[in-house]
Design a protein around this ligand. Sequence first.
Ligand SMILES: [Zn+2]
Length: 365
Amino acid sequence: MRKMMKYRLYPTTAQTKALEEQLGEACRLYNAALQERRDAYQHSGLSLNYYDQANQLKAMRAEGACGLANFSASQDVLRRVDKTFKAFFRRVQVGEAKPGYPRFKSRRRFDSYTFPSWGDGCRLTDADRLSLQGVGHLKVKWHRPLTGTIKTVTVKRQAGKWFVCFSVEYTADALPVLDARVGIDVGLSSFATLSTGETIANPRHARKAQAQLRLAQRRVARRKRGGRNRRKAVVLLQKAHAHVQNQRTDFHHKTSRTLVDTYGVIAVEDLNITGLARSMLAKSVHDAGWSAFIATLAYKAADAGRQLVYVNPRGTSQTCLCGAPVPKTLSQRWHECGECGWSAARDHVSAQLILGLGLSLLGLT
Ligand SMILES: [Zn+2]
């Protein structure tokens, strides 16, 4: 299996300059490759592929027309262009109304480049620093051990900070088998409710971080376009975004870890089903973070050898465990069944229904 491991980099002033330069060169190459494809297409109806472009790299570098220090990293930039074009042609083919022609990227927004094979232009030094061709030996904050076999290395700039992402291949260690089963109802008022009746509250700091984010957004809106002060406000806004994102990711990791450690079978709603009921739609729109959480849960479950099952959420808030329909509006938070007389919190009932559906899908009932 593959996963990403991300670490903070602490470049010196000179190294920061070198990193900026490498990113700038990667961006220039990206835009040049894009331009060439556009021209070829517009002038002669030709569509270039990756190899047409990669074959020119050597000559370009000999002429000094490509300043990206590592050859394979340059190839990777061209592969990125190739990918965006392939995605564009796919969108055209399925007849999307606005397929969106690949666009040039601004230097400011071009914020990562990749060394596609470990050991080629990138390695670890004896002093546990990250050596990057064209940059030097960078200090890394190893906040946790790097495990697995390193495949690729991506250098990233995020809100004024630098990071390295290692894509590593590893073999998962399955956890001891557990019989415990749980259904999870994603919530509007709380983060989630379990079929056990337990609720997982939304993290308390989220609201505060959101307020700071709005403040930062307003500050950007007030500043004059193109001005130096706006630029500064934008960096602050990026930082606020990164902060919210980090808090959310952290919460997702911890929550899914607990679930995977406690339950052998986990049933969740499939929020990707089209034509969801309004209440379900509200959930999926409410917080795009949901899909991120489910994704985290999914890979942790796969790692630990847990069964994660997705169920169609249709009706899970409108029926009772006994099968009787119990229609509720969004604001009705309590479930009261006229048939069997069961009375419980709405989300608790939904979570139990989700578990029931999941178990029947797995043939475990
Ligand atoms: Zn009932």
